[in-house]
Design a protein around this ligand. Structure first.
Ligand code: PHE
Length: 337
């Protein structure tokens, strides 16, 4: 009798040990709140739980064994409840909001982009000329010969119309070769005065090298009103140059020729840190023939126009020595600006 009682108790206590070992392992290895809940139901569940079964076993034991078994059972129960609480706490730390996302892990930083250096330059130019009272104008890149040449006083035999120097289209149109087309479009669309800048792409079939591209950007300025002189042109360009390249910039006009301005000049700039005089673009007083083409009264108004290369301005400002870098979208290059 006593032997069998001892044997039955020993087996029962071993079973309790095994239950505790299995249950604690299940809670400790649970990797999600769902796994903890599954372990809780299996071991601590009120209806079918294995701890409940172990409790019911008490009744089947002989009376002498009940005390030892009951004490050990209480210990196992506490251990399981503690293991369950610990597992919940461990996963709660990791799953704030319960959505399975570990908000405490270091994140994957998104790569922040920024505007392209050419766009930055364009924005800055619009800003500077805006402060000088110039509004922004736009025009189409696919143009007609009238706006690109005829209305700009470029005669049918002029070398600028050479098919080798332009992208002509099968329908008789063309990709604009200069933003001066926008001068014409602005004046056609409104009576004087006009005070605008226009920024956009222009196309010329140049062989690509460090300083040439078949596509580049220009900024065109136009100011037409009564009494506008070359003096205004120079002041506006000097103010612009100082804002963009620094206080110590110097500016000089060299006599030149454009069919749509008379007189015409090349604009050179010299600034601290630069390597001598650099040609930045062309300018001049709007030719009376252009006024005639757009219906402005050349006896009443005068005006100046200028055109500057955006790439050139951007490259001089940042010390970029190859225009191709601006078009390759290499993030290692673009990151620097
Ligand atoms: N359109 C000229 C060019 O592309 C530049 C220019 C603009 C000259 C306005 C005079 C006036 O070379």
């Amino acid at each position: 009798m006593s032997t069998s009682t001892t044997g039955t108790l020993e087996t029962a206590l071993l079973d309790l040990d095994e239950l505790q070992g299995e249950a604690v392992l299940a809670f400790e290895s649970a990797a999600s709140p769902e796994a903890v809940e599954a372990a809780r139901v299996e071991y601590l569940g009120q209806k079918q739980g294995r701890l409940k079964a172990a409790q019911e076993r008490l009744r089947t034991l002989p009376n002498q064994a009940k005390k030892s078994y009951g004490q050990r059972f209480n210990g196992v129960k506490q251990a399981l409840e503690a293991a369950c609480d610990a597992a919940r706490a461990r996963l709660a730390r990791r799953t704030v909001g319960g959505d399975g996302i570990d908000v405490t892990l270091p994140g994957i930083a998104p790569r922040l982009g920024h505007r392209h250096p050419l766009s930055q330059t364009a924005d800055e130019l619009i800003d500077i000329f805006g402060r000088l009272g110039f509004a922004v104008a736009r025009g189409p890149e696919v143009e007609d010969v009238h706006h690109n040449f005829d209305a700009l006083n470029i005669p049918p035999v002029h070398p600028a119309r050479d098919p080798l120097d332009n992208f002509f289209l099968p329908d008789g149109g063309m990709l604009r070769s200069q933003t001066s087309t926008i001068q014409v479009r602005v004046m056609e669309s409104q009576p004087p005065p006009a005070r605008v800048v226009a920024i956009g792409r222009v196309y010329r079939p140049d062989t690509v090298d460090a300083t040439h591209s078949f596509m580049f950007h220009q900024i065109e300025g136009l100011f037409v009103a009564e009494g506008v002189t070359m003096g205004h042109l120079k002041s506006v360009l000097r103010l612009f140059a100082k804002s963009y390249l620094g206080e110590d910039v110097r500016i000089r006009f060299r006599p030149s020729f454009f069919p749509f301005t008379e007189p015409s000049v090349e604009i050179d700039m010299l600034w601290h840190g630069g390597r001598g005089w650099v040609e930045m673009g062309g300018a001049g007083m709007v030719d009376p023939n252009v006024f005639k083409a757009v219906g402005y009264d050349a006896e009443r108004v005068t005006g100046f126009a200028f055109g500057l290369g955006i790439e050139r301005l951007c490259m001089r400002r940042h010390g970029i020595d190859d225009i191709r870098l601006l078009y390759q979208n290499d993030v290692r290059f673009l990151d620097q600006f």
